[in-house]
Ligand binder design. Structure first.
Ligand code: MF3
Ligand code: CO
Ligand code: CO
Length: 261
């Protein structure tokens, strides 16, 4: 498989796109509160990306997706479509997934927001899912076999009693929203891909409280857990550097804990 290696010029543009995507999540945070509709959040993101950032919301129209960001609440695993009818309530756990296109390059990131107070289990789900992402990120360096990432994500998640969704994966990203390689979040056969400086891809584990099965709703997009259990997801765009990694979508106030085993 031919994995694109980005030039320094491309990496500079990817840094900018990644930072813009992260800034959308920073901007939207104070608005993710009780009684707001998910389509209002979508509007705020859309206007910020188009007007303030002078960039493009890459989800809008992507394979026919009707909105500018994906908003996935509670048992929605991913690809939730923002709606006037969906009003956030206390205890909801909300993923907002933003992909920004700027100067021909993409930045892709998502995080969870908790509305008010939620259950102990929901907090734990979000915490473990985020830690599984941070853990995998910290493994990234030249020479690592790509499939190692998924192996460790799955092991970590299952150790804490949760399950990893199999149907969706991380992906190479650059001029294309989705390009090679696929970054699986579970144990798989080694496909021979070895990380090299200049590779850029997302890691974006989806983790369920119940079993890993999912189903797609009639709208053709919304993915829910089959057993209606809660699901969480975090995503970053990662550059492989000479001796490790750089998180291109890091937020200002985001602290990465050092995680071992
Ligand atoms: N942002 C998602 C990802 O992480 C993809 C969303 S595709 C859309 O890869 F069409 F639903 F927007
Ligand atoms: Co992605
Ligand atoms: Co995304």
């Amino acid at each position: 498989m031919n994995i694109p290696i980005k030039t320094n010029k491309e990496i500079k543009k990817m840094r900018i796109a990644g930072t813009l995507a992260a800034e959308v999540l920073e901007m939207i945070q104070p608005y993710v509160i009780q009684d707001v509709s998910t389509s209002e959040l979508d509007r705020l993101c859309h206007n910020y990306i188009m007007n303030t950032q002078q960039a493009v919301a890459a989800c809008l129209g992507y394979r026919g997706f009707p909105k500018s960001v994906c908003i996935s609440v509670n048992d929605v695993v991913c690809h939730g479509i923002p709606s006037e009818n969906q009003i956030l309530k206390n205890g909801d756990i909300v993923n907002i997934d933003v992909t920004v296109l700027k100067d021909d390059y993409h930045g892709d990131t998502s995080t969870m927001f908790i509305v008010g107070n939620t259950s102990t289990q929901a907090y734990k789900l979000c915490d473990i899912t985020q830690k599984s992402l941070y853990y995998a990120i910290q493994l990234v360096k030249p020479g690592l076999r790509l499939h190692t990432l998924g192996y460790h994500i799955q092991k970590f998640v299952e150790k804490h009693g949760f399950s990893v969704v199999r149907e969706y994966c991380g992906h190479g990203i650059g001029k294309n929203f989705h390009e090679d390689p696929q970054v699986l979040h579970y144990k798989s056969y080694d496909n021979g891909i070895i990380l090299q400086p200049g590779m850029i891809f997302t890691i974006e584990p989806m983790v369920n409280v119940g079993n890993c099965q999912v189903r797609i709703m009639k709208d053709g997009w919304t993915v829910k857990t089959h057993d209606h259990s809660l699901s969480a997801q975090y995503e970053h765009t990662i550059l492989v550097t000479q001796n490790g990694y750089e998180i291109l979508t890091l937020r200002q106030n985001e602290m990465i804990p050092t995680l071992v085993g």
